[in-house]
Design a protein around this ligand. Structure first.
Ligand code: SF4
Length: 363
């Protein structure tokens, strides 16, 4: 599996390391022609652009500036990096890069979970998707192969339901589902692509770009037994442990003690508010009187049920919340700071205050 490594530019923990490397296989998928080509990344691109965001940006940039984001020729690049799928902590996220229907510029939007690692374990560094299918489809990815399959039966369904259907169809073991919901299908310009039910590539309208291609989902089966092995096994382990020690002892990151671990990214709400750095009411104020009600602390106290995490990360910054009864009964990932801030404090919008939610959920 191991193809190529190169020296990392910075030393980690005093050790000069080679990155674990690449599968050196990207699936270039033309949905209009229903054609799939498997291509190597190329040494010059690896050296210059390294991985996920860098290589994805390179591909989308080269696709040209005049592309209409919701036209078939726009490119959706879903890319991982050279440490993805290894035991390196916080290295197991992926980048969705495309021309954004929201801004008209390149967006690169990242998501955690397990899908990134499973892409690598399934034999790929990523997918570059162009064209438009003539009907709803999904991609099925396993053992270095991509297949285009019918998705008419799941078009119109929400992401949780799609994930559940795919788990029933293919079994839960080693499976990740990347999907769009109804917002993506209807080309909502800020719609997201998600994986593991709730892990969102939420910036720039990535969901609308997938929807414009009739691409409902990407289902990946990949097992850890196909993980890339670092060439310098011992040195790599030492460096990884050095980095991990810093994370385990960090004030922010220490598992079950650090602010990020206990409250998620929304730990920032009260912190920023206290230092007068929380933009509110369209940035007319730098303090929001209801900040505490939409903070990570409040959500943890009232609604939290579990702390999911990404592959190989002990921080577990994700916060799963549950509404146990009423017509809004649901289990869902809690808001990140950016969401709570931009749709809450920034808009002076009281909808996220817990008293309001209590009222809403018990209708
Ligand atoms: S759990 Fe949080 S801190 Fe850990 S890799 Fe995922 S997003 Fe990053």
């Amino acid at each position: 599996m191991y193809k190529k490594a190169f020296s990392i530019r910075k030393m980690i923990g005093g050790i000069k390391l080679k990155l674990p490397g690449y599968q050196d296989k990207v699936a270039w998928i033309d949905l209009s022609e229903e054609k799939i080509e498997y291509k190597e990344i190329g040494e010059d691109i690896k050296e210059k652009y390294i991985g996920a965001r860098g290589i994805g940006n390179k591909y989308v940039f080269d696709n040209g500036p005049k592309v209409n984001p919701l036209d078939a020729e726009n490119m959706l690049a879903i890319m991982t990096g050279p440490i993805t799928g290894t035991q390196v902590t916080m290295g197991n996220r992926l980048a969705v890069v495309t021309k954004s229907p929201l801004t008209g510029t390149i967006t690169n939007s990242h998501m955690g979970g397990w899908a990134a690692s499973r892409i690598r374990w399934a034999g790929f560094d990523g997918f570059v998707i162009k064209g438009k299918a003539d009907r709803p489809i999904y991609l099925f990815v396993e053992n270095g192969q991509v297949e285009i399959r019918e998705a008419s039966d799941i078009w119109g369904k929400g992401i949780h339901e799609v994930v559940q259907i795919m788990r029933e169809r293919y079994g839960e073991k080693d499976l990740s589902v990347i999907a769009i919901g109804q917002a993506g299908e209807n080309l909502v310009k800020f719609s997201a692509i998600l994986n593991e039910d709730d892990r969102a590539a939420g910036r720039g309208g990535t969901g609308a770009v997938a929807g414009s291609k009739n691409l409902k989902a990407i289902v990946i089966r990949g097992s850890t037994k196909n993980a890339l092995k670092p060439e310098q096994g011992e040195e790599h382990k030492k460096a990884r442990q050095t980095a991990l020690k810093m994370i385990m002892e960090g004030v922010i990151t220490a598992p079950k003690k650090g602010g990020l671990s206990v409250y998620g990214t929304n730990v920032l709400m009260n912190v920023l508010n206290e230092v007068g750095g929380l933009p509110a009411y369209n940035a007319k104020q730098s303090h929001y009187e209801l900040a505490d009600e939409i903070s990570g602390e409040a959500y943890r106290k009232e609604l939290l049920v579990s702390d999911p995490t990404c592959h190989a990360c002990p921080v577990a910054c994700k916060k799963e919340v549950e509404v146990k009864e009423g017509k809004f009964k649901t289990s869902v990932e809690s808001m990140e700071y950016e969401t709570a801030w931009s749709l809450g404090a920034m808009c002076g919008n009281p909808i996220y205050q817990l008293p309001f939610l209590r009222f809403l959920f018990h209708q």
